[in-house]
Structure formats: structure tokens, C-alpha cells
Design a protein around this ligand. Sequence first.
Ligand code: SAH
Length: 372
Amino acid sequence: MAKPAEAGDGARSSLIGLSREELAAEMEGIGAPPFRARQLWHWIYHRGAKDFAAMTSLAKDFREELGQRFPVERPATSRAQASLDGTRKWLLKFADGNEAKCVHIPEEDRGALCVSSQVGCTLTCKFCHTGTQPLVRNLSAAEIVGQVMLARDELGEWPSPKEGRLLSNIVLMGMGEPLFNYDNVAKAIRIIMDNEGIAISRRRITLSTAGVVPAIRRCGEELGVKLAVSLHAVTDELRDEIVPLNKKYPIAELLAACRDYPGSSQARRITFEYVMLKGVNDTPAEARQLIKLLSGIPAKVNLIPFNPWPGAPYECSTPGAIAKFAEVLTKAGFIAPVRTPRGQDIMAACGQLRTESLKARRSQAKAAAAAV
Ligand code: SAH
């Protein structure tokens, strides 16, 4: 018997989120020949079919059988918002009622989708709104791929266009720490990269991490996607405070993993994210220290003006302080753009994503399970 799919609804297993091998095993399980799996892959990930009825190259009886056994739906959308700057944010509701967000950020000739990997987060970074929402659970591969499919639906980008895509890049910079959900994230990335489907290449996928050192190596070796590292401080003392994961993997270890990151080169630099916090981490002396730390790493620094959220304990650095910080880096030969906040008016900017999902207490979870 084929391994059950990871659907999240517990009832029928979705075909979305299965690897090619698992999809083939599901087909074998119902007595269909292996080439059916390839046809289905094409329909689901290249054509974006939302139901089996649309898959006209399959026999009608077979489509009906599939329809009875498997769903291919997207996650439901509880809310969709559009920013004045064109950024769009979707609040997704999964089968168990939990919610996560994804954000599309259009640029002139391309666009990135910011994808979530967890509901909530364990990291508790002091400046991050998502960090105030305790981890509820990991997202499954189906739920991660589902975000991309939903965005493609909304942008009208099926079948997968060869060029001129509105959704050309993926950034794993939404809710959660992707490297704490490595297996599901890796599986989702492999599906997204597959050339006969969604076909977004590894060069256009960036995974952002707060620095889960052992998983950084795996990520480079197994997936080869671009890496972004949320650094934000140049001393362990400060980083321990604002990115508590630093207590486990301090700056020197983190940067050693970056130095070794497979595939990084001057053409494929590692991005270091640095949130600009007024009076906390924004002096020219800290910029000079950053230059020292990054020596020997093909690096680019993204300076992110702090995005405020209700009750945040920080303020954004002044434009003057940000410009000065950027100038020190640029003079030392670094590419150091200041990131323009996008989608601030709909709370879609970096660190502003949060949902109302809460982890049910064990007693509540039991009661809910008993009621089913
Ligand atoms: N956990 C991963 C993925 C989240 S990416 C990581 O830490 O990299 C989200 C990015 O936005 C991170 O660089 C994060 O540090 C940054 N960020 C969080 N809160 C922010 C805020 N209020 N203003 C600006 N950037 C913020």
C-alpha cells in the first residue's frame, strides 16, 4: 500500500505535496500505470488544474475515481488584501483551522512570493511580530506548495509561463524558521523546482534563516538554493538578546557555516539581513565591525528599516543613520541596498506577519478530537 499523503485534513489524502515517487506509489496503489503519475504531475503543477474534471487527457472513469479518492484543492483563503504599492497578502486557512500568511511583492519585471514555513515561530526575535506568536505547528509540504499554487491562481499564471512571470522568485521569509521544518520545506522546494511543473529554479529561491547552523550545510548540499541569514547584530552580547537562537549557534559558528556554504560565489552571494534599530545596532562602528565579520564570505547586506507593529519595543533608525551605515559598507566594496518596505499599509512587510492561531491546550485538543 502507498504511504498516505500529508494532507492535514486527516480524511482524504491530497495529491498536492507528494514527491514524484510518492505520487507514482499512490497510482500504483490504485492499479494505475506509472505514466499516469507523470500526466497528473503535469496537470497539477504545470497546468494548475484545480479538479480532476479539467484533466481531459485522462479517461473519464479514471478522473471520477481520482475525484472520489483524492482532493487537489488549494488551502482556503480567509482574507485577501492588496496594498497601495501592489503588494498582495493572503491569509490562508488550512484544514485544521490554523492560519498562515503569504505575500506577493511585484517588481517591474518580476515578482517574489514570500512563503511561510510554520504557523507561529519558536525563535522569539525581539523585533519581530511573528515572534510574538508561539509556534503552533510546522506546515506540511502540501501547505507550503499550496501557497505557491494559490498565488499562481490569483495571478492567473497557469500553465507555468516560460518567461515574464509575475511570480518569478520565491523567498522563504514568511512566518516561521524554515530550517526548523527542514524535511517538509525541502520536499516542497523540490516540487517547486521540478522542471515539468511549477519550474522555479534554485537560483530564484532564497531561504532565509536566523542561523540553524547544522541545517545550513544540508540545505546547501541537498537543495542548493540561495541563502539569506538574519544577522542583525555584530556582537554575541547583542545578538543573544535580539535573536535568542544566537545562544545556541553564536556568530562565529554561523559565519563559519556561511563561509562553507556550497555553491556560494561572487555570482551567488549570501545575503545578510540587518534590521535597522534606532540606538541599538546602527552606528558606523558597528558597520565597520560587520565588514570585518564578513571578510572571506561572498556577501551582500540587505539593510531593512525596522517595520513597526503594535507594542513593538523598538523604533526604526533615522534615515541619516541608515544612509551612513550603508555608506560605510559601500565604501568597503559591499553591495548594501536599503530595502524599501513593501506592503506596510496592510501589515505585509518583513516581520509584520502574525495570525490568530494559537496552540490548543492539550485538554482542548482532546475535547476537539472527541467531538469529531
Ligand atoms: N526565521 C527566518 C525567516 C523569517 S524572514 C529568519 O529569521 O530569517 C523574515 C525577515 O524579516 C528576517 O530577516 C527577520 O529578521 C526580518 N524582520 C523581522 N521582524 C522585522 C521587523 N519588524 N522589521 C524589519 N524586519 C524584520
